[in-house]
Ligand binder design. Structure first.
Ligand code: PBG
Length: 336
């Protein structure tokens, strides 16, 4: 019988993992996780008008863009290798029912059409939610100070339909109402849009990391918080249940959100579903990294690529990231 330290001595110096780290070419050969621009999805914020570009302070490098400028920037991203955008609408027109969300002339509907016009092959995904369109900022219809699940489903379905009519390839419901995937699928199929896919924000947590986004979308809740519909950050089994329900209702892809603080959730979902899995590296995660980079405390490029690699290593097929454009360029440079 050999003791632990004898075994160690016998293995060494035969076992020298450093041999495979000796040069860049070798490291490239034995790399287990490969990040590709094909996996990146760029979030963008559409506002009404023409020629509008208003930088978003908390999201360095990102702006509110009118449909014309949004389409031009999306086209550049596509030409740089980013295959898809995720579009959010920002609206001044807010009411109790979030009816601005299904305005056929809304900023997001126009932006969808403009991107498809500029780059027909680019995949256009739209966020389906009411929070940017309700006067109370909640993701659904409020009755007696609580979000009413079933009343919200009809409105969400109308929003998804308006996006499909504008030309969206994929709709992505982010509201976290029960049954929304089924309701949206039925509405799309009933109206001749059976080819439009659904990427569900299946496991979306009530996170502190959405702060910069809510500022950008003007969608912070006017009272209370979102814990009555978004998930408790402490739960992972519940995420698997949410994913299973959405898959059962017809989701084509599922998402975990946020990403970097939820790598175990990404792994658990990866191991239990065969559908493509997206992870959303959200506004607060991006802002944290960018703030540190701006102070010179982190190297943006290395920290961003390491973060994205970690998310993919955990099991994500796709990453929604505010770094998408730069990451696509960095990855191309590394290839060269
Ligand atoms: C809308 C929505 C939010 C995000 C995506 N869709 C905000 C929220 O739920 O409050 C957050 C995205 C980000 O932080 O980048 N419901």
């Amino acid at each position: 019988m050999t003791t632990g330290s004898q075994a160690l001595r016998a293995a060494f110096p035969a076992a020298r993992p450093r041999r495979l780290r000796a040069g860049a070419t070798m490291r490239r050969m034995v790399r287990e996780t490969r990040l590709s621009p094909d996996q990146l999805i760029l979030p963008m914020f559409a506002v009404p008008g023409r020629g509008v570009e208003a930088p978003i302070a908390a999201l360095a490098g990102h702006s509110h863009l009118s449909p014309d400028l949004l389409a031009a920037r999306a086209a550049r991203a596509f030409d740089d290798g980013v295959p898809a955008v995720l579009l959010f609408g920002v609206s001044e027109h807010k009411d109790a029912l979030g009816s601005g969300g299904h305005d056929p002339d809304g900023a997001v509907q126009r932006a969808v059409a403009a991107v498809k016009d500029a780059r027909p092959e680019m995949v256009v995904i739209t966020d389906v939610c009411l929070c940017a369109y309700t006067d109370h900022g909640h993701c659904g219809v409020v009755v007696d100070d609580a979000v009413d699940n079933d009343l919200t489903l009809d409105v969400l379905a109308r929003v998804a339909l308006s996006h499909a009519e504008a030309g969206a390839d994929v709709v992505a419901p982010s509201d976290m109402m029960d049954g929304r995937v089924g309701a949206i699928r039925a509405a799309l199929d009933g109206d001749g849009h059976s080819g439009v896919a659904i990427m569900s924000y299946a496991a979306k947590y009530a996170s502190a990391f959405y702060g910069p986004f809510r500022e950008a979308a003007g969608s912070a809740p006017g009272f209370g918080d979102r814990r009555g519909y978004q998930m408790d950050p402490a739960n992972v089994r519940e995420a698997l249940r949410e994913v299973a329900l959405d898959v059962g209702e017809g989701a084509d892809m599922v998402m975990v959100k946020p990403a970097a603080t939820y790598l175990d959730v990404i792994r658990a979902v990866r191991d239990t579903t065969s559908l493509p899995l997206a992870a959303y590296h959200v506004s607060g995660e991006y802002a944290m990294l960018m703030a540190a980079a701006e102070r010179g405390w982190l190297d943006e490029r290395r920290a961003a690529l390491e973060t994205l690699t970690g998310i993919v290593r955990a099991g994500a097929d796709l990453v929604i990231t505010y770094h998408a454009e730069r990451a696509a360029r960095w990855l191309r440079e590394e290839e060269a």
